[in-house]
Design a binder for this molecule. Structure first.
Ligand SMILES: Cc1cc2nc3c(=O)[nH]c(=O)nc-3n(C[C@H](O)[C@H](O)[C@H](O)COP(=O)(O)OP(=O)(O)OC[C@H]3O[C@@H](n4cnc5c(N)ncnc54)[C@H](O)[C@@H]3O)c2cc1C
Length: 415
């Protein structure tokens, strides 16, 4: 009998296992891939992610590798006008700045903090269920080889097509009508761009951008209205479509970056999200089974919040488990559901807001050619709403009590 089984070893699953370790709970991560899997070359981690990574004890290591971004430039491709956007708060309150990191590096940093044998690769879960045993709920996962594992808790961190979310009765994610191509460009002799500056180019029905990762790697993306939801996998086709069709009129600097693309890093992702009302009113837990990360709140990536909020989820759930442990001296089956309910209560509105804000900001940035849309994008979004939207990324998910502190509290309370 395991204490906690986590289905999926992506950002949410690994962060969850590490957060639980911090409060003294051992978790087994079941990941269907053969090793750490990172689709997409890089991701932006905003201030809320750095607060969560700090609670997980890995922020310094990651931050030392990547430059912070305190500003960006948005170029209107048609008028060539350029707006500057700032990521540091105007009120001088400080706090962490966004950084863009290699996905694989983030996963490795999280995984290496876990106890040996806590990730089991090539473990594809086909179903979950609960049973009563001696008056207590027992959670069971079944793997594709027919074997089963029992645990006190199951946390579904199995991404957008989550089996656990389906078991809870959550609706499948909906297509947003937009797709995003992305890749990594490599300059072995150095790219020479200023570190940490995010450049964006906006045009009718499409938006593209780039940012440096280190001295040699540049991360680029191109988002486009795409009613057909076609999945493209051939890297040469993706590159041709982006450079010769979607962004052929974009500034030469962007096209040069595309030419330097590492073909193996190219991805074309149809962007999906869960309807906000499904997260607001849906069943996010049943018995001792719940979800986190994309399994709970798939969202479009315009605010770069899917991964960041997955890190928040991990800290919040572990904090509530930690509170329960410090009260009882261990993970008591009867109290687990209470802790999960508190987690859901804390996450529901936050996740709903992020899904809605991400969808709307993507719609404003990529939609339509009319004057109204241009006004909404250039004036309403970038000049007025941007600061408000960016404030959402300054969310503090709290800290984690350390396991040693809790075991001493536990022994105090049990004496
Ligand atoms: C194009 C794009 C750009 C993005 N950019 C950003 C960004 O800049 N910043 C940001 O914060 N977020 C960004 N996101 C969102 C971010 O990628 C996701 O929110 C994040 O990866 C979610 O992590 P996860 O662990 O929940 O899911 P995943 O990363 O999908 O991991 C799920 C894991 O579960 C495993 N799994 C699935 N099913 C099973 C099963 N049955 N059994 C066992 N294992 C299973 C999978 O193999 C996988 O490893 C972006 C998303 C996209 C599509």
């Amino acid at each position: 009998m395991e204490e906690v089984v986590i289905v999926g070893g992506g950002i949410a699953g690994l962060a969850m296992a590490l957060a639980l370790k911090k409060v003294g709970v051992r978790a087994l991560v079941l990941e269907r891939s053969k090793g750490l899997r990172a689709t997409g070359a890089a991701l932006g981690l905003y201030p809320n992610a750095w607060v969560a990574l700090e609670a997980l004890g890995v922020s310094n290591e990651l931050a030392s590798l990547y430059a912070p971004s305190d500003k960006g430039y948005v170029t209107n491709v048609q008028t060539r006008s350029i707006q500057e956007v700032r990521f540091s708060p105007n009120d001088g309150s400080g706090g962490p700045l966004p950084r863009v990191v290699h996905r694989k590096v983030l996963l490795k940093v999280l995984a290496k903090e876990l106890p040996p044998d806590s990730i089991r690769f090539s473990s594809n879960i086909t179903s979950v269920e609960t049973q009563e045993e001696r008056g207590s709920p027992v959670c069971i996962v079944t793997l594709d080889d027919g074997s089963t594992i029992k645990s006190k808790v199951i946390i579904g961190c199995d991404g957008v097509n989550s089996i656990v979310a389906r078991w809870l009765g959550l609706s499948p994610p909906a297509y947003s009508g937009r797709s995003l191509a992305l890749g990594l460009s490599v300059y072995p002799e150095g790219h020479g761009f200023e570190r940490g500056v995010i450049h964006q180019f906006v045009d009718v029905g499409k938006r593209a951008g780039f940012i440096t990762l280190d001295d040699k790697d540049v991360y680029w993306f191109c988002e486009v209205m795409d009613p057909h939801k076609e999945k493209r996998v051939d890297p040469e086709m993706i590159l041709r479509e982006v450079s010769e069709y979607l962004t052929k009129d974009f500034p030469p600097v962007y096209l040069d970056i595309l030419r330097h693309s590492d073909r193996s890093s190219l991805t074309w992702a149809p962007l999906v999200y869960r309807y906000p009302w499904d997260v607001l009113f849906g069943k996010l837990a049943q018995s001792n089974i719940t979800v986190a990360g994309d399994a709970m709140h798939p969202m479009t990536p315009e605010l770069g919040q899917g991964g960041c909020s997955s890190l928040e989820d991990a800290v919040v759930l572990a904090r509530h488990f930690g509170d329960s442990i410090s009260k009882h001296g261990g993970l008591v089956t009867q109290d687990i559901r209470f802790a999960i309910d508190k987690y859901i209560k804390e996450r529901r509105l936050r996740a709903t807001t992020l899904i809605a804000a991400s969808f709307i900001s993507g719609w404003l940035q990529t939609n339509g050619s009319g004057r109204l849309m241009k006004f909404l994008r250039d004036i309403v979004f970038y000049k007025l709403l941007f600061t408000f939207v960016f404030r959402m990324t300054r969310y503090d998910c709290g800290k984690l009590p350390s396991a040693s502190f809790m075991s001493s509290r536990g022994s105090e309370s049990s004496t």
